[in-house]
Design a protein around this ligand. Structure first.
Ligand SMILES: *Cc1c(COP(=O)(O)O)cnc(C)c1O
Length: 388
């Protein structure tokens, strides 16, 4: 396997002009972050002037970022850098919950929430979502789930709300959820992988005790990098120092992000702070795009009107086309690609998610026109635009 190693080198990435992939929209680097990636790309590049605590490094100004800018941005007392949202969730669960405890989790939660709980030895009681087409998560559902966990004679030590969830882009009433959970003295963690860096979200204002974000998902960073914020009461446990190694925090294994990903997160941050202020326009664009797709016969699921750029669509009409189109269910991917659009998973037609985040109305208009053209071209008798 050590012959032909050149295939690992000089690799180019193939993407289309307009990328609708929800996973990727919020992680596109700013020019400043791209510059930082080159400048700080060497391993351990941030450690030149480290005195033992990563987030206290003054040059580059990581300390000002982690202990000044980020707590204000997240509306929380203390912040640390992680490798991503999942690592933040795991750190909080592992620090605050005992093995065998129950964690109450919304039914739309990301798989990483489940794995974080599993890895920490915790059991999960779900708050089921309402059925299609809304998939809504209610605050009362949290009370019911906590009660059910009590019936198992369990100790409920955390509640997690995915805000928004990564399937439907639904934003539940986080404050109401926190209110219910606090009535049971259960701390609330917000998974802001799809919100922190895209939209205004302040833990304190939502009564959330812990918040995690994802740099590569929503903060224009190359990653892997993320943030975790917590109110002092919980931060002092999650970020507790080692009893064996001075200056090192156990839950973070001392130091987390030790190079370029953190510098990209910092370099993009001024623009991230600005883009969050334009969130209303992002929501307008999403709703406009959704209305456009619905005119073409697709049906948006989840919150209506929608409040986030991540949207899930049912497309029976595209599914019907896939039954007879050349390449079958891969026709949509191919036809979109031909028109400069990517980001819908190859092979999906009947249901898919996409994001409008950071795209201009002009580009979104092009995407709508492409869908329309594709549907037209496959109409009976049109013969299709079969190129391969
Ligand atoms: C993408 C995603 C995650 C994982 O984020 P990482 O930063 O890669 O760990 C977690 N939760 C949700 C809702 C996501 O969409």
């Amino acid at each position: 396997m050590l012959d032909n190693l050149q295939k690992f080198v000089h690799l180019k990435r193939e993407t289309a002009e307009i990328n609708l992939d929800p996973l990727q929209r919020g992680g596109i680097l700013t020019p400043e972050a791209r510059e930082a990636l080159m400048e700080w790309g060497d391993g351990y590049s941030v450690c030149d002037f480290c005195a033992g605590i990563l987030d206290r490094i003054k040059n580059p100004p990581i300390e000002d970022f982690v202990h000044g800018a980020l707590p204000e941005f997240l509306g929380t007392d203390q912040v640390r850098i992680t490798h991503g949202a999942r690592e933040g969730m795991f750190a909080a669960i592992h620090a605050l919950c005992e093995k065998g405890d129950w964690i109450v989790v919304d039914g739309n939660a990301h798989y990483t929430t489940i794995l974080a709980a599993e890895r920490a030895g915790c059991k999960i009681e779900y708050v089921p979502s309402s059925k299609e087409p809304d998939y809504a998560i209610s605050a009362e559902g949290y009370a019911d789930a906590i009660e059910r966990a009590y019936e198992h004679k369990g100790n409920v030590s955390m509640a997690v709300l995915t805000y928004p969830d990564g399937n439907y882009g639904n934003l539940a009433d986080a404050k109401a959820v926190a209110g219910v959970c606090h009535d049971y003295s259960v701390p609330v963690m917000l998974n802001g992988a799809y919100s922190v860096g895209r939209m205004p979200v302040a833990a304190r204002a939502l009564d959330a005790d812990i918040i995690v974000g994802s740099g590569h998902k929503s903060m224009a960073a190359s990653g892997p990098v993320g943030v975790i914020g917590a109110a002092d009461e919980y931060a002092n446990v999650i970020f507790r120092p080692s009893s064996l190694k001075k200056n090192k925090e156990v839950e973070l294994l001392g130091c987390t992000v030790r190079g370029a990903p953190l510098l990209t997160l910092m370099a993009s941050f001024p623009q991230v702070v600005e883009r969050v202020k334009r969130w209303d326009d992002e929501v307008d664009k999403a709703r406009w795009f959704s209305a456009g797709l619905e005119k073409l016969g697709m049906v948006q699921q989840g919150d209506r009107p929608h409040n986030h750029d991540l949207m899930f669509f049912l497309a029976e009409n595209l599914y019907e086309i896939s039954k007879t189109a050349k390449k079958g269910r891969f026709f949509l991917y191919r036809d979109l690609k031909e028109r400069g659009i990517c980001g819908i998973k190859p092979g999906l037609t009947r249901q898919f998610k996409l994001s409008t985040f950071g795209l201009s109305r002009e580009d979104l208009g092009k995407a709508l026109a492409a869908f329309e053209e594709i549907i037209e071209s496959h109409k009976q008798g049109a013969g299709g635009k079969e190129t391969s």
